[in-house]
Design a protein around this ligand. Structure first.
Ligand code: CP
Length: 356
């Protein structure tokens, strides 16, 4: 189904649109055969990932001096973006804010619904529609499942559509985190992500980062996944079904030591207890899923240790000193990957590559 058919057909009813498979919805969130609204990790293919990584690499090189920074800052100085982050965030918010500023985009922000007219009873739908009266892009994090997608759906139906980027939605997806995670793998392994074994550890059931990262793995060859978690927080069936459909081998285990020993990348995550409804996390012992200095002797010599952050006790801060711990670089990579993505959406990525 193309975008025009989607505009005039089933999409008129949000619930029906939501129930469509993601693959069928993608044209609605694309323009000129490329990403317009960035909502799902499934929107990235190998070519677009590789392109965005080249743009990110080029941007970080050319902005090392004032002339390059001035050039980058002129590219989108005619644009404004709204950062609507009504769920706590440090690095996604700050990296998007700084990514916008690198490209010259002026920014506004709401970080708490108690400071917006939502407190007076305005619906979230009317709130996001209001943003589009003032800005050229909406970047958002929202606790309600699928609300970021609904915002993009609403925007595409107005006479002033603006692109929407998902900075984390409910428990479902965090596509730009997956983008920066794969960019970190790309940089850590000199562009060679094929043939790698990736262990994901922790709360795989409610961690939106591991869900989005699993989707991206379909773009690489001969990937193996190891899901290491307490049984209460095992990866959800929809992701396991996706991996089976794409012939990506995986196995699930609660044996942390055995799992991480086989991995080229160990992706640690924290328990997502903000999603607890009945204190589900309280009775779960996660002590055997924590990365301590003793585990540095178990993992491969060239492995990398990643974490989307923030962390609690799942990685001992003493591990930070090991060169295989890349999570601080990973968060910085996020700013460049997000700047590259925004430049791609606004079609100034070609100018960045030419500047090289
Ligand atoms: N990784 C991540 O989403 O971090 P924040 O919650 O700090 O944005």
């Amino acid at each position: 189904m193309d975008r025009t058919s989607l505009m005039t057909g089933i999409e008129k009813n949000w619930e029906k649109f939501l129930s469509m498979p993601v693959s069928e919805k993608l044209p609605f969130f694309s323009r000129d055969s490329k990403i317009y609204d960035c909502l799902f990790a499934q929107q990235f293919d190998r070519a677009s990932l590789s392109h965005i990584f080249s743009v990110a690499d080029t941007l970080r090189t050319i902005t090392k001096n004032k002339e390059g920074m001035d050039f980058a800052g002129s590219l989108l100085s005619h644009k404004r973006a709204m950062l609507y982050f009504v769920q706590p965030s440090t690095r996604t918010f700050l990296s998007f804010l700084n990514a916008c500023h690198i490209l010259g985009i002026k920014t506004g922000e709401i970080r708490d619904t108690s400071t917006s007219s939502e407190l007076k009873g305005e619906t979230p739908e009317d709130t996001v529609r209001t943003f589009s009266s003032y800005v050229d892009m909406i970047i958002m994090r929202h606790p309600t499942p699928n609300f970021v997608e609904k915002t993009a759906w609403l925007m595409n139906r107005t006479n002033r559509p603006v692109p929407v980027i998902n900075g984390g939605s409910g428990k479902d997806q965090h596509p730009t985190q997956a983008l920066l995670d794969v960019y970190t793998l790309h940089k850590s392994f000199s562009g060679e992500i094929d043939n790698k074994t990736i262990a994901m550890v922790g709360d795989l059931k409610r961690g939106r980062t591991v869900r989005s990262l699993s989707y991206l793995m379909k773009n690489y060859k001969n990937i193996k996944l190891i899901f290491i978690s307490p049984k209460e927080f095992a990866m959800e069936k929809d992701i396991l079904d996706f991996l089976k459909k794409h012939n990506i081998p995986f196995y699930e285990t609660d044996n942390f030591r055995e799992g991480i020993a086989q991995a080229d990348a160990v992706y640690m995550t924290r328990i997502q207890d903000e999603h607890d409804k009945n204190k589900e996390s309280a009775g779960v012992d996660i002590s055997s899923f924590e990365f301590k200095t003793e585990h540095l002797n178990i993992i491969k010599k060239n492995a990398v240790i990643m974490h989307p952050l923030p962390r609690r006790s799942e990685i001992d801060p003493l591990v930070d000193e090991d060169p295989r711990a890349v999570y601080w670089r990973q968060e910085r990579n996020g700013m460049w990957a997000r700047a590259a993505l925004i430049s791609h959406i606004f079609s100034v990525d070609g100018q960045i590559l030419k500047h090289k």
